[in-house]
Write a protein that binds this ligand. Structure first.
Ligand code: PAF
Length: 286
């Protein structure tokens, strides 16, 4: 089975109108393509939640601060479409840049609070770009449900806040991070890692899980965070941008894990920036 590809909002809306007329429930899975098992797990989750599943594929220039990162972002639409067919996804919405941002486009959706700090501090404008494109995708599809990965934990919070604040009637579902057998979180950027970097890469998740276990009972997070940062660099990462303990429900900074929490990190491995997050909770919950 092959998935139908639609490139215009007009065609998207007419397809969706026919589904709506039959009373069908619609889910959307926003992606930038280069689909891996993590994305496919989101599609499978969406298939269980709705009658129709739309996967969107748009490499959104407005969320890239770095022109090289945008230019080298993997673009694999044919392979992506081939992966979606067997899962039974109903539509791949892959608009071009002028369809999404026609001449004169002048609106930005900006979410304060949860988009500040963490990645927001190191990627200025990134979450404005995400919130703007995701708002458009929600309005274009009119979906009942949207499925996102917890790998981008801060993004999930930004999207939830945006939908709530703008009264967009959509349920946001977060799905657990999918990992390689050695623990490395799946990411479209992993293909950029050299063989040597690929060997080092899983140490980030390993060190974070170890720190998360210690944080459960620690009276102060800071020494554990400092020790973990040093361990990440000693493992071969070039730089740790941040490693922070935040509340799971609203991302507020925590001095100790005295409420359900996440440990979140971004670190550079050579020229590749990797992010990850782990739950800080009772054994088995990570
Ligand atoms: O997570 C992503 O791939 C992107 O940030 C998203 C949500 C598709 C918006 O471009």
């Amino acid at each position: 089975m092959t998935v139908a590809i639609v490139r215009s909002t007009t065609e998207l809306r007419s397809t969706i109108a026919a589904w709506r007329a039959q009373g069908e429930r619609i889910a959307v899975v926003p992606t930038m393509g280069a689909l891996h098992a993590g994305h496919l797990s989101l599609v499978s989750a969406a298939m269980n939640l709705a009658d129709r599943v739309i996967v969107t594929l748009f490499v959104n220039p407005r969320q890239f601060g770095n022109a090289t990162d945008l230019a080298t972002y993997p673009r694999t639409e044919t392979e992506d479409a081939a992966k979606l067919g067997p899962l039974g996804a109903h539509l791949l919405y892959a608009p071009g840049e002028t369809e999404m941002y026609p001449a004169g486009f002048a609106t930005t959706v900006s979410v304060s609070g949860v988009s500040e700090g963490l990645c927001g501090a190191y990627r200025p404008g990134h979450f404005d770009g995400v919130a703007t494109v995701v708002t458009k995708l929600f309005l274009q599809t009119g979906a009942d449900i949207a499925v996102f990965g917890e790998k981008d934990f801060q993004q999930l919070h930004v999207v939830r806040r945006m939908a709530r604040d703008l009264d967009i009637p959509i349920e946001i579902v977060g799905c657990p991070t999918v990992r390689e057998p050695d623990g490395l979180a799946l990411s479209s950027r992993n293909v950029r890692l050299s063989n040597r970097e690929r060997e080092i890469a899983p140490k980030l998740a390993m060190i974070m899980s170890d720190a998360a276990r210690k944080l459960v009972s620690a009276i102060a997070a800071e020494p554990i965070l400092q020790e973990a940062k040093a361990a990440i660099v000693a493992a071969g990462y070039r730089e740790v941008e941040y490693l922070e303990l935040r509340a799971e429900d609203d991302l507020s900074p925590l001095k100790r894990a005295d409420r359900p929490a996440r440990l979140l990190a971004a670190a550079w491995l050579g020229q590749t920036r990797l992010i990850d997050n782990v739950k800080v909770g009772p054994p088995g919950s990570a």
